[in-house]
Ligand binder design. Structure first.
Ligand SMILES: [Zn+2]
Length: 283
């Protein structure tokens, strides 16, 4: 019943024409040659790529825009730009709201345990208004109840009454699918709450998504072991880019251990922020 309501809302989606926006092309020789160093929980970032404040189908709204956390590996920035553009081309009016990525040199980030090596990004769920029109991103990370409705936010600060919005199944699924299918970037995890995972997989089955995609999504979408939540955003983590593994600098469960793992921060390209070992509590 609940799902039927969500699905119905998800089918009502023809919004205003997308805002015309152009993204400046960066000449190839000026493109950063990012290196993800260490692990996502204890890492750093070299020659980071910066996500523009807005582009085709995405925006980084305040307060995130001013936090100095618009950085990631070249691959992560590419994934965000390509996936949000794909959703925008499928469904008019789509605007993905991008929250924290990493600092320019990586290292610890307030309120996060990971996000240290340019491979993590928080993406706020696409939302709709009561008429099924796309909801333009604002400064709230809307928290969705079991009914798929949000009237309050816990992050980036607690706000009891935010403009009401509804979980946009159609666009959120399209985003997950686009990211998983990116031929150049390997998506390792998409952290969501168990309820959001259930919604997305039920929706995918409902629209007869192909079985291989559903199978992959069943693995990639999951709740992290040690952090509750993700009813207000999805946390996407990409795998180590191949060159960064080859360089022996990027650490992940699926990548071989770098030869000089204990000295990763002293290797030529990897910055060693003075506070890189500082343990910041997640609040
Ligand atoms: Zn996160």
């Amino acid at each position: 019943m609940r799902f039927r309501y969500l699905a119905l809302a998800g089918l009502l989606l023809w919004g205003n024409p997308a805002q015309a926006e152009t993204v400046g092309e960066i000449p190839e020789e000026e493109q950063p040659d990012s290196v993800s160093c260490g692990s996502t929980n204890r890492g750093a970032l070299y020659d980071a790529a910066m996500l523009p404040a807005r582009g085709h189908g995405f925006v980084m709204a305040e307060p995130w825009r001013s936090r100095g956390t618009r950085y990631g590996t070249v691959e992560l920035v590419q994934l965000i730009e390509q996936s949000s553009a794909e959703v925008a081309s499928l469904f008019k009016g789509s605007q993905l709201s991008v929250a924290d990525m990493s600092h320019e040199q990586g290292g610890p980030l307030r309120m996060h345990r990971s996000h240290q090596s340019g491979r993590d990004v928080d993406l706020i769920y696409y939302a709709m208004d009561a008429d099924g029109e796309p909801f333009y991103p604002d400064s709230h990370m809307a928290y969705y109840t079991r009914e798929g409705q949000a009237t309050h936010a816990k992050s980036p600060r607690r706000v009891e009454n935010i403009p009401v919005r509804y979980f946009d199944l159609k666009r959120n699924w399209a985003l997950v699918r686009a990211m998983m299918r990116n031929p150049d970037v390997h998506v390792e995890h998409i952290f969501v709450s168990p309820r959001v995972k259930r919604w997305l997989l039920t929706y995918a089955a409902h629209i007869s998504e192909n079985k291989a995609t559903i199978k992959r999504a069943t693995k990639v979408l999951h709740a992290p072991r040690d952090v509750k939540g993700h009813n207000d955003h999805m946390h996407v983590r990409i795998g180590c880019p191949e060159e960064d593994i080859a360089a022996g600098r990027c650490r992940t469960a699926s990548a071989p251990k770098p030869r000089k793992s204990k000295r990763w921060n002293r290797l030529v390209h990897c910055p060693s922020p003075a506070d890189v070992t500082l343990k910041l509590p997640r609040t």
